[in-house]
Design a protein around this ligand. Structure first.
Ligand code: 26Q
Length: 824
């Protein structure tokens, strides 16, 4: 029966204390006198889980009883970070837990540090998935996230003589308290083998796939707790194992040792996250990873559907919607076709209809090298039935759609074909995703516009209503409430306590932007956050930074298009000005970087090396008199972001216009009162609209400028010869000034900007960038002016909550109903 109670009961401090101690005894086998911080952390997790599992049971029972339509989010990545304080905050138990632990003699922050980040993602796309499942649970939408239970998440980064070193991440080496293994829901999937054409008694042709390998998928469920006693949804992650059947019995003639080897191969599938964002072309294991989790997930969905509908598929599209997080899970489209046509013996047209009602696709990139393509020959080897199905999807698409709109136009057919012709034909996963989905969205207004105009214009002509925009968002629970408790308390006082679930409430904070007392309070909080970050910096890098300097932060994956090297050129310009003019007047600035480079991305690693070498030189140069400090934080990850973002004064969002699909760090930083220095790219454009042009430093070429410049022919060396400062800086990189005795060690950057043609227009934007930075310097000198701008950033970015993104997906794509959870 429905009650007024929330799905999860609130405990008081005494109850929580009892539960923690009980778990210390009963689950950890230790006691209060000898327990390690790790044991205390585990006992507290177990106590938290009692509440989480109550909510989980109530939610799952309610969804089952009400037979709700549900969203199924398919993503190769979930960048969850830590769950301890997140779960406590969302359960409304954080303060009680801190109190309880305090009374037991423990510091909650020390326990939080016992947890490894759950880093099952590379960057923006994976963290977006994590924010979305938080919002889905908070908003009471029935939803499940599907993905891979990687044994090793994103590599850990350290620096050796300034160069990036990668070490494996073993996040669950000693177990993970948040996950539940569900052996009762194991699935088996097939790969390799061959396809046989057979005819049944009626003479109908049938395709039979004789797989070469069978692999078991074991699901691990991670409860996702909504904020304030709403739903508890699940993230279901598949771990690969050898199938018992195939490996350990008499059918395997290779014997015991061969069987053991096959086990290892099967377990390789979920072994490691690919550390390459943007692209990693043609790797067989990556395709198998994609198919493995997609096939397990579809079988799981169908098993659940059949439990209430039997073999009647007529409600399937009413009950099920699947969101493809980029093209990575797009093999789900031919896989569902295979299940419907080969297994359920459905007519092709009916099956295709169903498919096109179930899938929706989110595009996260326009970069041509990042658009996923798979060699046809790889498909033939790994998924021989699926490539046949893709050919048939393509044949019908070209005949029934393309040739109808553009009769006889072979050029259009070549451009639109799911198969790219050539000596090594490729499957274009973006084309497949558009053709197989009922909706396609980009992740910011400008990006969605470009998806239509530049990427898929003919697809828009075929299906104008298929394309839409959903601007990204971030969860304010993690990215303000939990990570910035001081600012959260001030906001509670000034705008009320509803902002975590109604972020537009923050607009009320604008009324205090000129109030000296609130300005002081706001800036005092920023100062304390900066002091805290300074001690983290000291601990991690042994560099001393002054909390009164401007904290200028660029945190994101390392990529040429994100232009960390533009930031570096500006640092070099300032340094050079100081050397030429010893009293050069500037507000002291600390430039902080956080970024991992894909292990095979040469130039990205050279940029890391250059930043580290230049940092070392500048930080120790007495003539600089601490006007500049440069810090490259090692092992940037969610947990470090949570410490850096609340301390930021300036947010660097400086991608070449048209290249950054959205960005989400830009939103987190503005929310915490940082002023953006940014190009008119991705969500920066919408941030500028919200905060107003006085409260953001926009610079550089626009998307149209970039197109025009590239059309007329961009020549980077023009800028090199025309601007003596640019010339001096680039020439500096060739000397041994920053790498004594080793001239040329930093020359790769200069080469890419000159001989390499500067594909991301760094030199073209340099002068404008320097001006924007001078504006920041000027603004910061006026404390009141700066406080106002920073406060107006926090007050103005309510749009960028992931709750709003989810509501946009619901109305534009998913058509879900909220489902209040009943409590037994
Ligand atoms: C592809 C093939 C093989 C191996 C790996 C990959 C791969 C992995 C990760 C390709 C791309 C990614 C991640 C992309 C990503 O994070 N994109 C970002 O998505 C954010 C959320 O929408 C946007 O805000 C960023 O602008 C976008 O860069």
């Amino acid at each position: 029966t429905a009650t007024e109670a929330t799905p999860v009961a609130r405990l008081n401090t005494e109850q929580l204390k009892d539960n923690i101690v009980r778990h210390l005894h009963a689950s950890l086998g230790t006691d209060v006198n000898k327990a390690s911080p790790q044991a205390w952390w585990r006992a507290t997790c177990a106590a938290i889980n009692e509440q989480v599992f109550d909510g989980l049971r109530n939610t799952q029972r309610t969804h089952y009883e009400k037979n709700t339509r549900a969203l199924h989010y398919f993503s190769l990545e979930y960048l969850m970070g830590r769950l301890f304080s997140n779960n406590l905050h969302n359960l409304g138990l954080y303060d009680q837990a801190r109190q309880a632990l305090g009374e037991l003699g423990m510091n909650i922050a020390d326990l939080e540090d016992q947890e490894e980040d759950m880093a099952l993602g590379n960057g923006g796309l994976g963290r977006l998935a994590a924010c979305f499942i938080d919002s889905l649970a908070t908003l009471n939408y029935p939803a499940i996230g599907y993905g891979i239970h990687y044994e090793h998440g994103l590599f850990k980064q350290s620096f050796q003589d300034g160069r990036q070193i990668e070490r494996p991440d073993s996040w669950r080496e000693y177990g993970n308290p948040w996950e539940i293994c569900r052996p009762e829901s194991v699935q088996e999937i097939s790969v390799y083998g061959y396809v046989e054409t057979v005819y049944d008694l009626q003479g109908r042709m049938k395709k039979v796939w004789h797989p070469g390998r069978i692999i078991k998928g074991v699901p691990w469920d991670i409860p996702v707790v909504g904020y304030n006693g709403s739903s508890v949804n699940v993230l279901r992650l598949w771990e690969s194992r050898a199938s018992d059947f195939f490996n350990w019995d008499v059918f395997n003639s290779g014997g015991y040792i061969d069987a053991a080897r096959e086990n290892i191969e099967a377990e390789t599938i979920s072994k490691v996250l690919y550390p390459n964002d943007e692209t990693d072309a043609g790797k067989e294991l990556r395709l198998i990873q994609q198919y493995f989790f997609v096939s397990c997930s579809l079988k799981d969905i169908i098993r659940r559907y059949k439990r209430s509908h039997g073999d009647d598929w007529s409600d399937f599209a009413k009950q099920v919607v699947i969101q493809l997080n980029d093209t990575h899970p797009a093999v789900a489209i031919p896989e569902l076709m295979r299940i419907l046509v080969d297994r359920a013996e459905m007519q092709w047209d009916q099956a295709w209809n169903l498919c096109q009602q179930v899938f929706a696709y989110t595009n996260h990139t326009l970069l041509p090298e990042a658009l996923e393509k798979w060699p046809v020959r790889l498909f033939e080897k790994v998924l021989p039935r699926h490539i046949e199905i893709i050919y048939e999807i393509n044949r019908r698409f070209l005949v029934e759609q393309v040739d109808v709109l553009w009769p006889g136009d072979n050029q259009k057919k070549r451009k639109l074909s799911i198969i790219e012709e050539g000596h090594d034909p490729m499957v274009r996963m973006g084309h497949l995703s558009v053709v197989g989905s009922f909706r396609v969205n980009g992740v910011a207004e400008i990006h969605s516009t470009l998806v239509k105009s530049d990427l898929f214009p003919e697809m828009v002509a075929l299906w104008p209503d298929k394309f839409t925009n959903v601007t990204n968002g971030v969860t304010p629970r993690r990215w303000l409430k939990a990570c910035n408790p001081r600012l959260s308390a001030l906001l509670d006082k000034q705008v009320g306590t509803n902002w975590p679930t109604d972020l537009k409430q923050l607009s009320k904070f604008a009324a205090f932007a000129d109030d000296p007392a609130i300005q002081d309070a706001f800036m005092a909080i920023k100062q304390q956050n900066k002091a805290e970050l300074a001690s983290v910096v000291k601990k991690l890098t042994n560099i001393d930074i002054d909390p009164h300097a401007i904290f200028d932060i660029q945190i994101k994956r390392l990529h040429e298009y994100k232009r960390q090297h533009l930031n570096l050129l500006h640092i070099l310009a300032l340094y050079r000005r100081i050397l030429q003019e010893p009293d050069y007047d500037m507000v002291p600035r600390v430039f902080l970087f956080g970024a991992k480079a894909a292990p095979g991305y040469k130039l990205a690693k050279e940029i890391i090396y250059a930043i580290n070498k230049i940092a070392d030189k500048i930080n120790h140069d007495k003539r600089v008199k601490n006007r500049i400090k440069v810090v490259f934080m090692p092992n940037y990850r969610v947990t470090l972001a949570e410490k850096m973002i609340p301390a930021a004064d300036v947010s660097e969002q400086i991608s070449t216009a048209g290249k950054e699909a959205s960005g989400t760090g830009n939103m987190k930083l503005a929310l915490n009162g940082a002023v953006t220095v940014g190009t008119l790219d991705g969500a920066n454009i919408e941030i500028a609209e919200e905060v107003g042009s006085d409260n953001i430093a926009i610079f550089g070429l626009t998307v149209d400028d970039v197109k025009a410049l590239q059309a007329k022919g961009y020549n980077s060396s023009d800028y090199y010869y025309a601007d003596p400062e640019i010339k001096a800086i680039l020439d500096w990189l060739e000397t041994d000034y920053f790498t004594p005795g080793k001239p040329g060690e930093l020359a790769a950057i200069k080469r890419s900007l000159l001989e390499g043609g500067d594909p991301y227009l760094v030199l073209a934007d340099f002068a404008s960038y320097v001006k924007a930075q001078e504006k920041i310097d000027l603004w910061y000198r006026d404390k009141t002016l700066w406080a106002k701008k920073a406060m107006l950033n926090t007050a103005s970015v309510g749009k960028f909550t992931s709750d709003r993104s989810i509501e946009d997906y619901v109305s534009r794509v998913w058509q879900l109903q909220k489902c209040a959870v009943n409590v037994k």
